[in-house]
Design a protein around this ligand. Structure first.
Ligand SMILES: C[S@@+](CC[C@H](N)C(=O)[O-])C[C@H]1O[C@@H](n2cnc3c(N)ncnc32)[C@H](O)[C@@H]1O
Ligand code: SF4
Length: 430
């Protein structure tokens, strides 16, 4: 089965990007000129600490220790300094703080980091922050708001105690609901709740209950992910030999259908493959800004014709910055065709896009490059194309899930799996 999906992956990759293989190599790209060519950028900042480690989690994180966290803050400030002259006064138009668990550093570290970011860069945007339900006491919510955060995301995951236990989450459904209720009352522009569905043994009724309760609690957006099992996580190692435990696409489709029904009936709109948002609300930041700079261990940066990734190892990250070096571990030069394919992937991920944006970005007609792929998808009802705008249908979203399985799990598994084992890998072949 694996060789068949590898074969399909190879064909699709070749058709879309023109590349037989994608190889990331240990090389620091030259950045001066690339930054000069950029007009604006997004910023991503990674906090790799959590109070406990969840068995299913693929992200780069380690247990929080105050001494390491303090050194990490110093290193982040150093990395910001290394970039400040490169970025200059170019506007930063989105700012996302993710993890790990950024709220693990709410009172020690986060305020200092934000001060540094706002003094080093020309911030023309609001702050988006990921949070853990256990960090959302009324006092902490006040602190979060006073840092200037306007968009708050909460890792709720499930609202049944048995599933929370299975996921190793350290709270009950009642505590999670109380935390979400406090957050939605706290005056943020957007409160997003993450939930995971298609959990082992989860019933359709439980998925429905979670969706409905989140709506009743007043969240502005729900990001609903099927449970992905990455081979290098604790859950993945336990599932080894089985098909990595990723639950059947049909079961997922049914469950996603239940959620679509609930959210559409309540007036939410689909704003990405995973997210449903109330229409009047600015949607919780996406990771799909066209060009972004990533700061912190494991953060990725995408600057037009290059993608690069910082080392995942926190000690090595700190050491590199202390030595005045950028902590870049791997990079990948992007041919124009790869940039175009990447652009298309992320726009489809957002479920709608204007063809004129492609023209503005690449100076050529989208249909000329990708028409032969998009037309059959349109005939099959997976997307609507009125000539100017392309909109993914719910059916199309389902198939994108299948593609996600085919590409993202494999690529993320290889890239992040290797990077978590080796601080400075020589190369990673996708
Ligand atoms: C960085 S975490 C959120 C913030 C915080 N660390 C927490 O756990 O509450 C990002 C989100 O990714 C999702 N996620 C993590 N691992 C996942 C997996 N294996 N499958 C599907 N979704 C996953 C969860 O919904 C999680 O809330
Ligand atoms: S899911 Fe969140 S809290 Fe759990 S290990 Fe991952 S980042 Fe940390």
């Amino acid at each position: 089965m694996e060789s068949l999906s590898g074969f399909v992956r190879g064909i699709l990759r070749n058709l879309l990007t023109g590349e037989g293989q994608i190889v990331l190599e240990r090389r620091v790209p030259s950045l001066q000129e690339r930054f000069q060519e950029i007009e604006e950028l997004g910023l991503y900042l990674h906090i790799p600490f959590c109070r406990q480690i969840c068995p299913y989690c693929p992200y780069n994180k380690e247990l929080y220790h105050s001494e390491v966290a303090a050194e990490y803050v110093d290193a982040l400030r150093g990395e910001i300094d290394l970039y400040s002259s490169l970025v200059g006064r170019k506007p930063v138009t989105s700012f996302y703080i993710g993890g790990g668990t950024p709220t693990a550093m709410l009172h020690s570290g986060l305020p200092e980091i934000l001060d540094q970011v706002f003094s080093a860069f020309n911030m023309q945007c609001e702050i988006h922050l990921e949070s853990h339900p256990n960090d959302l006491s009324a006092e902490n919510l006040d602190s979060i708001a006073s840092l200037g955060v306007e968009h708050l995301s909460i890792g709720v995951e499930a609202l049944q105690d048995r599933h929370l236990r299975m996921l190793g989450r350290p709270y009950t459904a009642r505590q999670a609901k109380e935390a979400v209720g406090r957050a939605t009352e706290a005056g943020f522009k957007c409160v997003n709740a993450d939930m995971i569905f298609a959990l082992p043994g989860q019933t359709a009724r439980e998925v429905e209950q979670t969706g409905r309760e989140l709506v009743e609690l007043g969240v502005d957006q729900v990001a609903a992910y099927p449970l992905f099992t990455f081979p290098y996580t604790q859950m993945g190692r336990q599932a080894d030999g089985e098909s990595h435990g990723n639950s059947g696409v049909l079961r997922r489709r049914r469950m996603l259908g239940i959620l679509e029904e609930i959210f559409y009936a309540e007036g939410y709109e689909r704003t990405s493959v995973w997210a449903f948002t109330r229409p009047e609300v600015p949607r919780y930041c996406s990771v799909t800004v066209p060009l972004y700079l990533g700061l912190g261990a494991s953060a990725g940066s995408y600057l037009k014709d290059v993608f690069y990734l910082n080392t995942f190892n926190v000690s090595e990250y700190i050491r590199a910055v202390q030595n005045g070096r950028l902590p870049v571990a791997l990079s990948l030069g992007l041919s124009e065709r790869m940039q175009m394919a990447g652009w298309l992937y992320w726009r489809i991920y957002e479920t709608r896009f204007q063809k004129s944006d492609f023209m503005a970005r690449f100076g050529c007609d989208l249909d000329r490059v990708f028409g032969k792929f998009l037309r059959p998808l349109s005939w099959a009802g997976l997307l609507q194309d009125d000539g100017a705008e392309v909109v993914l249908s719910d059916e199309g979203t389902y198939w994108l899930h299948v593609l996600e399985d085919l590409f993202s799990i494999d690529h993320v598994g290889k890239l992040w799996g290797t990077s978590q084992q080796e601080p400075w890998p020589e190369r990673v072949v996708l």
